[in-house]
Design a protein around this ligand. Sequence first.
Ligand code: AMP
Length: 573
Amino acid sequence: MGGHKIDAEAANTTENVEIKLQKKQKNKQKRKPEETAAEIGTEYANVVNKKKNKEKQEVAEVLNGSVEISATKKKKQEKEETFNDGSTEIPKKKKKKDKGGENESANNGIIETARKLEKCSGVGSENASEEIRHGSGVVVSGKNVNDSKYATLNSFSESRLPSEVLECCKNFNKPSPIQSHSWPFLLDGRDFIGIAATGSGKTLAFGIPAIMSVLSKRKSKIAVRKNPLCLVLSPTRELAQQISDVLCDAGRPCGVQSVCIYGGTSKGPQISALKSGVDIVIGTPGRLKDLIEMGLCHLKDVSYVVLDEADRMLDMGFEPEVRSILSQTCTVRQMVMFSATWPLPVHQLAQEFMDPSPVKVVVGSEDLAANHDVLQIVEVLEDRARDERLQNLLEKYHKSRSNRVLVFVLYKKEASRVENMLQKRGWKVVSISGDKAQHARTQALSLFKEGSCPLLIATDVAARGLDIPDVEVVINYSFPLTTEDYVHRIGRTGRAGKKGVAHTFFTKENKGLAGELVNVLREAKQVVPEALLKFGTHVKKKESKLYGAHFKEIASNAPKATKIKFDDSEDED
Ligand code: AMP
């Protein structure tokens, strides 16, 4: 899918639809929300279908040899062939076209990132019509990305989405960078790769187009309502539930239903929901595969698929399940992949399941530099001194016993031990780890989220993907196994423009990661303790998939990472 060529006729149709949409927006108060949204969805579907049919017809004609390729097309093809040498160089001409002048220097690093991405991705890089544009800390690359129909959205109204669909955004001032760059492509049916971390607004970035896709198919009767039409795969149960919460809320005003399919909990309610018919399935790979094999979940009508946290999914060993699940979906489908990083297995998966020229949007940097809003304190200490020190830190950081503090440990057993130790010392604390039954995990997380138990002990299962508001302090009781996990962990604080504190215990057992940690601290202009430097600053190549490749010594005067902000008014720079 993707790569649709808009011909004059289809463009015309788009214009007509836009005029109609404006008229309908005026009249919509008189009608039921479901009606308006579904109707607009139908027109969206008609335009997309018309474009697709036209494209299919063209392909069929060329395959049958029944048409002469036009002179212009021939010229274009020849041009493409000339450059079709596997070159990954971004054409200089395109670079000059860029309008993000004021962000030029800040964006240079991001362009480099995009170039690296181009080089390593292999997806679409062979195409001479690859274009690139950048601005506000975002790099967009892919075929025809500079086409005016893909212009970045500066406001929700520019998206021309029905108000019922935008209801979930009513408290937001404007689309976040990932939303404003992704919606034009996703609503046009393009395959899409988003390199963006949680916290960037990515759930609605793929969620709103998912809802529009359901509305369009439902009304145009492409599928019988019974079977799901969209699928979102998530690596962890907690992330799946979080996505499901967002999509349930967003879909409610327009009658789009979602179900969350995840393990560790009873299958009954999930099976009933599937039987009664849902539009969007959000699932973890294991349970979903089980239900498919039991003949209870049918994905043949799914034509909009999202792989969220694709890197994490493969890290967790879900590749066979992911492949098997994808093979059950409709062959003509729109694929959307979100990943915080872009390692080899992820782009191999993209190559296999995506259009050869997907759009790539990189928000910020794939290098995963630490959030500069987080004050990082690293304390080198003896392993056995940690319990006492944790007690002291909680007296300091959690004095009010009402602010949210998240303590990370490494192992499941460690989570229970630290939880018990703190409970014995009188702290009200809950823990979340893979050892706990799913209902206990869910309960602990909601107690922490709603604030009735604002002290949480967590293993790395909670480090990525979760959007927990207002975590003031992160304490790393045990240092994680990789520096990228460290960056993810401390990213649980300092969110939405707020400042946060990350206090980390570092023991001699962790010395192999000292060099990488020093680099992270330096990049964020944080204090590097002498005791940490004593472990040496050597960074082993390939030590970590991410930092092994990218992290050389970073000078303390290196340019600051570009910060992504939702709202200009919050811009402090
Ligand atoms: P996500 O990356 O999807 O986990 O979203 C992170 C947080 O950003 C969530 O709390 C969302 O409610 C919030 N959010 C999503 N879109 C926007 C937006 N356009 N403006 C401000 N906040 C947003």
